[in-house]
Design a protein around this ligand. Structure first.
Ligand code: AMP
Ligand code: MN
Ligand code: MN
Ligand code: MN
Length: 283
């Protein structure tokens, strides 16, 4: 007898409300077409796509989890915390996210000035803004799309190797939420906190351990193990860390755009069988 196929959960992706290119309802349709059974929309620092996403998922008969990916500063780096199963009308969460978003515009103007200086391009701020579906959420991805349009790089991922990252032109240091603030908002909104793509950060082993410990001590419950950002060896590494710390495990593509994202919605290996899936905490 064949074993039942595992749930196809995709608990991390982005719409035009942050730095994706599809509308929330278009993402729902794409997720459903790719065979996703349990789907979360997790725009950066923003909840305003959740109503449309939830309605579209419901119409398709696909289980939906309201989510958000929160930008946090930890040990001089940016760490992303995905919150799953949040109450979208929670005032503490809404106000906290509003506060983080409010710093983005000045940051974007500073990034634009630096890129103009290095590249001799005019009007970089206006150019990036044209790519933002939500002007309150101007992100590095929108700058990357503008630099591709201008022929500076061929693909957005190439932009992040030459620009927009620490030490490179267009990078501007920014203070996001503190870990305890973000986890406080998530708890207030009755969500589950998940460390997004832990393999992407440039931490030493000691710093990474400190991140996991602080996150756990503040009530964090899960980490992404299978994500579009991890290699096969990172799946095992973070599976082992999940077991060691007693974290639930999450799975998500981090899909942004058909033209850019290597990993499509739902197109990921299953979670390693020895892990407790984060969806056991979601109802
Ligand atoms: P921001 O929130 O403005 O700092 O933008 C962060 C976003 O930039 C991430 O969510 C990714 O979508 C994108 N990004 C960051 N690093 C890379 C990379 N190396 N390759 C592709 N996209 C990246
Ligand atoms: Mn993004
Ligand atoms: Mn992220
Ligand atoms: Mn993401």
């Amino acid at each position: 007898m064949s074993r039942p196929s595992p749930l196809n959960a995709d608990l991390h992706c982005h719409s035009i409300v942050s730095d994706g290119t599809l509308a929330p309802a278009e993402l729902a349709e794409r997720a459903h077409a790719q065979g996703v059974d349990l789907w979360a929309l997790t725009d950066h620092d923003e909840l305003s796509g959740l109503t449309e996403a939830g309605l579209a998922a419901h119409a398709l008969g696909m289980r939906f989890v309201p989510g958000v990916e929160i930008s946090v500063s930890f040990a001089s780096q940016t760490v992303h915390i995905v919150a799953l199963g949040v109450e979208p009308d929670n005032t503490e969460l809404l106000q906290g996210l509003q506060h983080i978003r409010s710093g983005r515009d000045q940051r974007a103007r500073d990034m634009a000035h630096d890129l103009e200086r290095h590249l001799g391009l005019p009007d970089v701020y206006a150019g990036a803004l044209r790519y933002a579906g939500n002007p309150a959420l101007l992100s590095r991805t929108h700058f990357a799309r503008y630099l591709v349009e201008q022929g500076v790089c061929r693909q957005t991922h190439e932009v992040f190797t030459r620009f927009l990252t620490p030490g490179k032109p267009g990078y501007v240091d920014h203070a996001w939420a503190r870990m305890e603030e973000a986890l406080g908002w998530i708890a207030a909104a009755k969500g589950v906190a998940v460390i997004a793509h832990p393999g992407r950060y440039r931490f030493s082993a000691t710093e990474e351990w400190a991140l996991l410990e602080q996150f756990k001590s503040l009530g964090g419950q899960a980490i992404e193990v299978v994500t579009g950002s991890h290699t096969n060896s990172q799946y095992r590494k973070y599976a082992n860390l999940a077991l060691e710390f007693g974290f639930y495990a999450s799975r998500g593509s981090d899909f942004h755009s058909p033209g850019e994202s290597v990993c499509d919605l739902g197109r990921l290996p299953p979670l390693p069988a020895d892990l407790a899936p984060v969806w056991d905490l979601l109802h």
